[in-house]
Design a protein around this ligand. Sequence first.
Ligand SMILES: Cc1ncc(COP(=O)(O)O)c(C=O)c1O
Length: 509
Amino acid sequence: MAPGTLLNESNSPISTDYTSILAPTNTDTPTTAPHRPIPLPLWSPPFTSNTISPESVLLRRNARSPPLWNTYADGNWLEVSDGTRKWKIFDGSGGAGVSNIGHNDRRVYAAIDEQRETGVSYAASLSFRTAVVENFANFLIHSTNYEMAEAVFYCSGSEATDAAQKLCYQYHSRLKQDPQPGCRWFIARERSYHGATLGALELSGHRGRKEMYKPILPENTQFVSSCYPYRDMKEGETAAQYVERLADELDRKIRKIGPEKVAGFIAEPVVGAALGCVPALPGYLAAMKKVCRKHGVLIIFDEIMCGMGRTGRMHAWQEEGVVPDILLVGKGLAGGYAAISAMIVGKEIVVALGHGVFAHGHTFQNFPAACAAGLAVQMIIQDENLIQNAYEKGEKLEKKLAARLGNHPHVGNIRGPGLFKGIEFVLDKKTKETFHPEIGVAWQIYERGLTPEYGIYVYPGSGTVDGFKGDHIIIAPAYNVTDEDIDLVVDRVSNLITSYFEDLKVSSK
Ligand SMILES: Cc1ncc(COP(=O)(O)O)c(C=O)c1O
């Protein structure tokens, strides 16, 4: 045998003659088309100012009205334009609860620049690591008081939700001692939202949002009731009895599917967009975790909207110390300064992973510049004690909203911890009957809020009751709001709501 010959496992020589593989089968016929340049005129930006023309070529998201131009932002104020005039709006919701330190904070831009000083624009997470990403993961584990073990960063909440499903499945089917490959079912809650990708949408209980895509969803989720005392607690039932009823429902659902087939149970500790800031009742999370533990089902908390300080706690589950197996965070993680989410993994799963790896990866996971932005935002929140401020200002906001709007005939319920307030609207306060969905009450209130007359950004939600009927708005300002800001928000929101319903009465007469 010639020296240097490659051997296979049975010590036979491996052929290194690749000519038959590489040679074209028919040398007369070229296998690729000749490269011909396509002459395109040079492109230059068509929008030289914020005008209504030319026509936008962005795929539309909002069927009701074209979005306003956002020409400038600073602190909690947005400068907007409709193409003909400019005005200012107070950012009372940061989109869907994203902005938590306000806009234009130069300290965050400086931190992104500092990361870029390393010259690393992109670090492929399979091959390289960077200090900023390691630090941000370390910060997140610290934020759980070391109750959880490891973290990974993605770009959106939906990606994190999908990753959680795969990790649960990998845990049950490969990692744990008695693997259960048939463990493909998830249990989620009605009137919930966990994201827009097919996996995350499948987990979502908001019927209105998933209806159209049902035929292409994976069909691996079954649903139990959400914890929604305003509508679902029975007369004469105590909170403890209601929680027990919900825990019993989960228990029965797991047993019906078969505990060996259920991978995970997912819940938002405070339901965001789907219900409008409805917190779990005391004892609820613990009761659900107990049922999951009994059956060996993993528990996932989706805190993509309610987490990272929004409720006046770093993580909403810390209110009662109920640690999940998997925690999902997003939105407020970088306060809108970067597109980033994270999946934080509990000790049991990490121990089961051992020296193995989570079989899942994205090109842009653990993106250094996004982590630099997120870490800077979290340091500002820490240094300025903003979670405490969110708690205190949240208390104030709730009291003042209740005083101004509590008796309004169409305000059914005001709820939510910290700076995460939902206002649910009803046609009839006593019966809790909703407005007809075609009116689009929440959307009309939101649109009116954006006008120069009202100048307040609130976040609308519909389908509160069953995915189609029901309206609410969310008020979720940045954690650094002042007492004066709270007064302004209460004033503007109260005027907005009262004037809207006065005009609705006139127009429906
Ligand atoms: C609770 C919750 N989970 C998941 C998501 C999905 O996050 P993203 O829109 O970043 O994909 C959202 C978004 O609204 C959310 O509110």
